[in-house]
Design a protein around this ligand. Structure first.
Ligand code: BGC
Length: 245
């Protein structure tokens, strides 16, 4: 099945048609940079631009960085606040003229890794963390997704963990890989004491540098980098739409 996967992020909106049987992109991904926080209306226009780029008429899967309740976005920690309470399925379907399915961005990345990437075939508890502008999480047990796990908002020193351990926080706080790795170690150990995953997958752009910080984390679980790199969100959003038909 061919579905247009779209990944809404803090600095860009990316998309590509995906073959949901193989998890492969069917065309080169298209990226539209967003230099400010787009309002829901502006975001809908950007999604239309992406769909037009591929002359798309079929179903679309959209990953968004917030809690998703059916068609509605419930939270928006790092994007425009007007997304909170917004029926994005209605808005994005009207803008593109296509059927839209909506999913949390990290849940989407987790789906791609669970079905075709670093988590394929693993039946126990799998935790994926995406380290980017924020920290996203996807939690699987027996291959089933527990939606909206939001581990990036676990409180650390009275604030959301993502304020300390996202890759944006590493840059903002001027931390070396060693210093940041040690913060990540405490965070990951806390998550392990609660969830006891068998496998932890680290995604987000920074996962390409995993050799520089994995050695500081020292988890109980097996720790691996994501296999999809920056396509996981696109592929997973398309898989989500395919599984919803
Ligand atoms: C959001 C999550 C999202 C993560 C990564 C967090 O701030 O609350 O929903 O998955 O950022 O984008």
């Amino acid at each position: 099945m061919k579905i247009l996967g779209i990944d809404i992020g803090g600095s860009a909106v990316k998309g590509a048609p995906v073959d949901t049987k193989t998890g492969r992109l069917l065309a080169e991904r298209h990226r539209i940079a967003t230099d400010k926080k787009l309002s829901p209306k502006e975001m809908a226009a950007t999604l239309k631009q992406l769909a037009d780029h591929f002359k798309w008429r079929g179903p679309i899967g959209v990953g968004f960085p917030g809690v998703i309740h059916g068609p509605v976005i419930a939270t928006s920690a790092n994007l425009h606040k007007c997304f909170c309470g917004c029926d994005a399925v209605k808005l994005f379907s009207a803008a593109t003229g296509c059927r839209v399915a909506l999913v949390n961005d990290a849940d989407a990345a987790g789906l791609a890794e669970a079905r075709f990437g670093a988590g394929r075939g693993v039946t126990g508890t799998v935790l994926l963390l995406t380290l980017g502008t924020g920290v996203g999480s996807a939690l699987f047990c027996g291959g089933r997704l527990y939606q909206n796990s939001e581990m990036g908002h676990l409180p650390i020193r009275g604030k959301s963990a993502e304020r300390f351990v996202s890759s944006a926080a590493k840059v903002r706080r001027g931390l070396s890989y060693k210093e940041w790795g040690k913060e990540l170690r405490d965070y990951v150990h806390t998550l392990e004491n609660i969830l006891w995953p068998e496998l932890i997958i680290i995604g987000g752009g920074v996962s390409k540098d995993h050799r520089k910080f994995f050695k500081h984390i020292k988890p109980r679980a097996k720790l691996v980098p994501a296999e999809f790199f920056n396509e996981a969100g696109i592929v997973g959003a398309a898989l989500w739409a395919a599984e919803r038909r």
